[in-house]
Design a protein around this ligand. Structure first.
Ligand SMILES: Nc1nc2c(c(=O)[nH]1)N[C@H]1C(S)=C(S)[C@@H](COP(=O)(O)OP(=O)(O)OC[C@H]3O[C@@H](n4cnc5c(=O)[nH]c(N)nc54)[C@H](O)[C@@H]3O)O[C@H]1N2
Ligand SMILES: Nc1nc2c(c(=O)[nH]1)N[C@H]1C(S)=C(S)[C@@H](COP(=O)(O)OP(=O)(O)OC[C@H]3O[C@@H](n4cnc5c(=O)[nH]c(N)nc54)[C@H](O)[C@@H]3O)O[C@H]1N2
Ligand code: SF4
Ligand SMILES: [Mo]
Length: 729
């Protein structure tokens, strides 16, 4: 007889973009074990060690559970009221003394997987109304956003490969066998490649390293870092010579101008820059031309590099030229049930409307690149940054020239951190407001939901109650209230009224939107029907029920948040469908293929000699996530992850052997780590993971090495030297 009384709860894993549906077995409030949910319509049972480690993360004694403040007398635990008062008062004071721009905001990566936090931080940032808004996006995908803004007039218009139907997937600078995709939620990637092969299709990987993904591929092009734009231009030219032009069904402008500019790129010149023989490029062009449903996908390796915006733009040009954009089996725009009211058509680009004070870099979609952060803290004068509020990030490890940034951050008058660990950045904070455990919040993938390999509606409610602590949505509302009122703590009634106002605002915008399912309806009637009583879930319910799949608040059969919560396996919402016209936001409805910025970049590329000698690139592994999860029980046990990888011939030339300690150094900094040698890397390339404290990759990254149009930091393809050193004692 079974004597234990366990219960099962469902939780979408918030760590990476696989979005795995997890089955959590509980004994009371104790997590007994975690399994992948095989009935999950999206993740189909996928699971990795990090998902299992959520239990360890929940239990981890190092996880911060009470607010902390730091002052002259040191670090101490304080009540929530005291922490909110202190944060609000100090931020309000700095704003009143120096102006709104003196308070900067930094948004870290986990906010993308935490709906309460990401919607809540928007309220805080809106209250702060500072032009100093930064995020991990400028050490990640910003070039893709800018390329999309230029081409489609919509910075979020980034298509995903329709992996179910393609017969030729060309992948540049991505390793989904480890990362599970990025701006592409793709659990069970290996199985999807197996299916691709089973129907006669092929995978071609362009990467300086023979990665876990490259090992699954039919062909691997070991490209020289930072030269993908050359490869893409060579391909576009070859296909063009074979008569392939942008099909007439697409509404585009600037094709001739763009193709003329690209045609100046010579095949043999491209081959030399890329380190890939011309014949191999020719063969790849043939393969793409002959495929029925080819598709191109580029990720981190194509964005954290010197020509990130141009490369990202050319990826979509090639998709267009092949007729793959917005086509079954090609590059499709996904959908999610939560729908924002439609943004107006763009008369002007959301780009360069203001510039950073010192280096003059343009804003992109309302953000300044983190490459400007340090100078804006260090340089005295009008607009100098005096305080920082950050949400779930760790810029001291994740941003370039980290040592200089750490010093600059230490000089700030006030740092307010919203974090769950006392990280290298959090330890500089004056007020640390701890977020909740992943089991204490509901999950809906509202930021990345449109980048799924398929369209699915999923929501999982909190697994455990968060007791007396505010969830991160309420935490943000309280913080915003504190900024507005110079440190007053809102009562429960005041907080509820604040939330009511936000919900009513969203309902009103939907009612005003001609494309919303609740267009023209009565606001009070809708408000009376919003499902949950409290919390960010109310906003979710409004967006879901007003969207394409929604029940329009009882007017038709459709999705509600309640229905999704009752169906934790997820509800399929139809295949990826062609919807380019909905996505384009340029006023003339056309795609712009020749924005001046891109033409300038083509000239800049042709005038730039790629770095010679050794260059450094990144490498991810399955047991960490960016700078965190280190030391979480069960993850790093007995595996040395923080090692330099070097081609054995490059090692031999330098008198280095596997297991040696080496110093890696650049014009910016140096680090020491152990070496592995092998043949997985292209000659002249060394690889190292980011996010480790004992040897931080980003001390090596020069802050002014950026993708010029977007200001995104170039963290791959940095010129380095490596030298064997005596083993440390
Ligand atoms: N050299 C190099 N540098 C890189 C990269 C690279 O490839 N190479 N990759 C870049 C990329 S793609 C990214 S996205 C950035 C990431 O850079 P960041 O976003 O700055 O930092 P993370 O390492 O993701 O750290 C996230 C922090 O959030 C906290 N956290 C986790 N979950 C929660 C939560 O639910 N609530 C709260 N409040 N806090 C939470 C964790 O404690 C952790 O400290 O790094 C970039 N840096
Ligand atoms: N396990 C694990 N999963 C993760 C993360 C993690 O830290 N750990 N981080 C998550 C985050 S925030 C993100 S953004 C995604 C990123 O997911 P991916 O985009 O798949 O990133 P990586 O795995 O770093 O793979 C990037 C590849 O680009 C190659 N590369 C470097 N420079 C160049 C170049 O110039 N050209 C080309 N063609 N290739 C180049 C590198 O060798 C590497 O194999 O992963 C997410 N998933
Ligand atoms: S792959 Fe791992 S970390 Fe990513 S969502 Fe799935 S279980 Fe979580
Ligand atoms: Mo990222």
């Amino acid at each position: 007889m079974n004597t234990t009384s366990t219960t099962t709860a469902y939780r979408i894993c918030p760590i990476c973009e696989a979005g795995c549906g997890l089955k959590v077995t509980l004994d009371g409030t104790q997590v007994v074990h975690i399994r992948g949910n095989h009935d999950d319509r999206f993740s189909e049972g996928h699971l990795c060690p990090k998902g299992v480690a959520l239990a360890g993360l929940h239990e981890d004694p190092r996880r911060v559970r009470e607010p902390l403040v730091r002052d002259a007398s040191g670090r101490r635990v304080v009540s929530w009221d005291e922490a909110f008062t202190k944060a609000g008062r100090r931020l309000a004071d700095i704003r009143s003394r120096y102006g709104a721009d003196a308070v900067a905001t930094y948004i870290g990566n986990p906010t993308a997987h935490n709906v309460g936090l990401s919607m809540g931080l928007g309220i805080v940032a809106g209250t702060l109304a500072s032009r100093n808004l930064y995020s991990a996006v400028s050490v990640d995908q910003l070039p893709k956003n800018l390329a999309a803004e230029l081409m489609f007039g919509n910075d979020m218009a980034i298509p995903v490969p329709d992996i179910l139907h393609t017969d030729c997937l060309l992948m540049l600078g991505a390793n989904p066998a480890v990362s599970n995709g990025s701006l592409w939620m793709v659990p069970k990637f290996r199985e999807k490649v197996r299916d691709l092969h089973a129907r006669g299709g092929s995978l071609i990987v362009v990467d300086p390293r023979r990665t876990e993904t490259a090992r699954l591929a039919d062909a691997h092009l070991a490209i020289r870092p930072g030269t993908d734009a050359w490869l893409l231009m060579a391909l576009i030219n070859r296909l063009s010579e074979r008569g392939l032009r942008v099909p007439s069904r697409y509404r585009v402008r600037g094709t001739d101008e763009l193709f003329r500019a690209i045609s100046a790129a010579d095949m043999h010149e491209a081959a030399v820059h890329c380190g890939v023989r011309a014949q191999v490029i020719e063969d790849l062009a043939t393969r793409l031309a002959e495929a029925k449903h080819p598709v191109i996908y580029g990720r981190i390796g194509t964005t954290l590099q010197a020509f990130g915006t141009l490369t990202s733009f050319l990826v979509e040009v090639l998709n267009l030229q092949l007729g793959a954009l917005d086509t079954t089996g090609g590059a499709m725009f996904g959908e999610q049930p939560f729908t924002q009211p439609r943004s107006p058509l763009r008369h002007e680009l959301e780009y360069g409307r203001w510039r950073s004070r010192v280096s003059g870099r343009p804003e992109v979609g309302g953000q300044l690149p983190v490459a400007c952060l340090v100078e804006k803290i260090e340089t005295p004068g009008e607009g100098q940054i005096r305080a920082l509020v950050y949400f779930a990030g760790n810029p001291v490890l994740s941003n370039p020239d980290s040592e200089r940034l750490r010093k600059a951050l230490s000089s700030l008058e006030c740092i307010v951190a919203v974090d769950i660990f006392e990280t290298e950045t959090a330890e500089l904070a004056h007020v640390l407001l701890p977020g909740t455990s992943p089991f204490e919040e509901g999950h809906y993938e509202h930021y990345l939901g449109t980048y799924g390999w398929k369209n699915v509606a999923r929501y999982t409610p909190p697994v455990l109650p968060s007791n007396d602590r505010p969830d991160e949505w309420s935490l943000c509302l309280q913080l915003a209230h504190g900024v507005k009122t110079a440190g007053q703590v809102a009562s429960a009634a005041e907080l509820a009224a604040f939330e009511d106002e936000l919900v009513a605002g969203l309902v009103r915008r939907h009612v005003d939107d001609p494309e919303s399912a609740i267009h023209g309806r009565d606001v009070q009637e809708i408000l009376g029907k919003v499902g949950p009583a409290r919390g960010v879930e109310r906003l979710l319910d409004v967006g879901i029920r007003s969207g394409r799949e929604g029940d329009a608040f009882g007017a038709r059969d459709g999705l509600t948040l309640e229905r999704m919560a009752a169906t934790p396996d997820g509800i399929e919402t139809g295949s990826l469908r062609s919807r380019l016209a909905e996505v384009v936001r340029h006023t003339d409805g056309q795609l712009d293929l020749a924005p001046p910025l891109i033409l300038t970049e083509i000239h800049r590329l042709r005038a730039t000699r790629p770095a010679e000698g050794l260059v450094l690139t990144g490498r991810r592994n399955i047991r960490t996530n960016n700078s965190w999860l280190h030391g979480v029980p069960g993850l790093e046990k007995g595996v040395e992850l923080c090692v330099v990888e070097l081609h054995e011939d490059d090692a031999r030339e330098r008198g280095i052997e596997g297991g040696d300690s080496v110093c890696v150094f650049t014009s910016t900094g140096e680090l020491v780590a152990k070496v592995n040698t092998g043949t997985d890397l292209a000659r002249g390339v060394i690889a190292f993971p980011h996010g480790f404290v004992r040897a931080n990759y980003n001390v090596l990254a020069p802050v002014d090495f950026v993708d010029e149009p977007s200001g995104t930091s170039v963290l791959n393809g940095i010129a380095v030297e490596v030298e064997r050193i005596a083993q440390p004692a």
